[in-house]
Design a protein around this ligand. Structure first.
Ligand code: KG4
Ligand code: ZN
Length: 359
């Protein structure tokens, strides 16, 4: 079903003219609750953010050093209505101005996903508008299209977050081929676990990024795990163990070494990420790489990928910091392209904890 028939089906278009002649702007409400952020956003035509609100649960999970799924679900239930209200207020819109809803269907924590998914279902049912459950990872990849200078297709996407580390060949907004992924920890998870070993707080990525600036990345050399150098899979559990071993062996005078340990660890992770992303782009003949996901906020990774790629004639697209971590604008952005392709969800649909999701 194309977008015109889709909206006729829902009774939203009473126009005589074809969709091409319409000066009509599709307004989508995005909802994201896959992990520890309750987020909503209003996005126009899949590219312009009218409002985006992210309520973080960091305070709740901080003391446990990681996300507690049951607490996350409860917090989403408390936050979802106020967050959507705040988003609509900021966009200066009412619910009746929304044409469609896009919501994260997975992967993620099932209890957390269900809160946003049930909310979206109920809202769309009451408003009699289309809605679609989307893949969170495709959302991250589409975050670069919310910036003024997006990449052209095809490109390679390096997705680095707390739950995923993968390389994709992207041929359209929703045609995404997995080239390789982590076999154990995600890059963000390794950052979080190393920060936890040193009692630095949660989430560890931003903290390590900051402290590393005062360290020497070359003083302590941690292993680079390339696995098969011609493949695109990752492994970060070895480096995490190497950091742990170093800490145990230098227990008595660890404090003043922390910046060097973190800088050395960060550099080892980043070397592997940059090598694989650039190799993937070269193998696919792509002249652009999109760096997305929470770890894309890392200042050293942003800088190194840009400079390494420049030497190979590849340009790098990285979203602004507020679009790297989980947000609902990226969910609305990819939802727009699902709807344009005629993909909608119905009341029987359910959430999924793991990739790949059915479509
Ligand atoms: O994409 P995201 O918000 O949630 C998931 O879908 O996982 O990513 C969260 C991850 C966390 O592991 C966090 O430590 C990491 O992103 N992160 C960073 C930085 N900021 C957040 N990692 C490295 N450097 C940063 N500046
Ligand atoms: Zn994410």
């Amino acid at each position: 079903m194309d977008v015109a028939s889709l909206f006729h089906f829902y009774g939203l278009l009473n126009f005589q003219s074809s969709i091409d002649n319409l000066q009509w702007i599709m307004v989508i409400l995005g909802i994201e609750t896959s992990c520890d952020e309750t987020a909503a956003a209003v996005v126009k035509e899949g590219a312009t953010i009218a409002a985006s609100v992210v309520a973080s649960q960091i305070e709740v999970h901080h003391r446990y050093g990681g996300v507690v799924p049951e607490l996350a679900s409860r917090k989403h239930i408390e936050a979802i209505v106020p967050v959507v209200d705040e988003t609509l207020n900021k966009a200066d819109l009412f619910l009746r101005d929304i044409h469609a809803i896009a919501v994260t269907r997975g992967p993620g924590l099932v209890g957390a996903l269900l809160v946003g998914f049930a909310f979206a279902k109920a809202c769309a049912y009451a408003l009699e508008i289309p809605w679609v459950g989307v893949n969170h990872l495709e959302g991250h990849i589409n975050s670069v299209f919310l910036e003024p200078d997006p990449p052209s297709f095809p490109f390679v996407a390096l997705l680095v977050s707390g739950g995923h580390t993968s390389v994709y060949h992207v041929t359209s907004h929703i045609m995404v081929e997995l080239m390789g992924q982590t076999r154990d920890d995600a890059a963000g998870e390794a950052f979080d676990k190393v920060a936890k070993m040193l009692d630095l707080g949660y989430p560890g990525g931003g903290i390590i990024d900051r402290i590393s600036r005062a360290g020497d990345p070359a003083r302590i050399k941690f292993p680079r795990t390339y696995l098969d150098k011609s493949g695109f899979d990752f492994s970060f559990s070895g480096i995490k163990t190497a950091v742990n071993r170093y800490i145990m062996n230098h227990k008595d005078h660890i404090k003043n070494q922390i910046p060097d340990i973190l800088a050395g660890f960060q550099e080892a992770v980043i070397d592997v990420l940059c090598y694989k992303a650039i190799r993937a782009a070269m193998q696919k003949g792509c002249s652009s790489i999109a760096l997305v996901g929470g770890v894309a906020a890392n200042s050293r990774l942003r800088q190194k990928l840009r400079s390494d790629a420049r030497h190979k004639g590849i340009d790098v697209h990285i979203p602004s910091l507020h679009l790297c971590g989980d947000n609902a604008a990226m969910i609305a952005a990819v939802g727009y392209h699902y709807l344009k392709a005629g993909i909608v969800s119905d009341l029987q649909d359910d959430v999924f904890s793991r990739n790949p999701l059915p479509r």
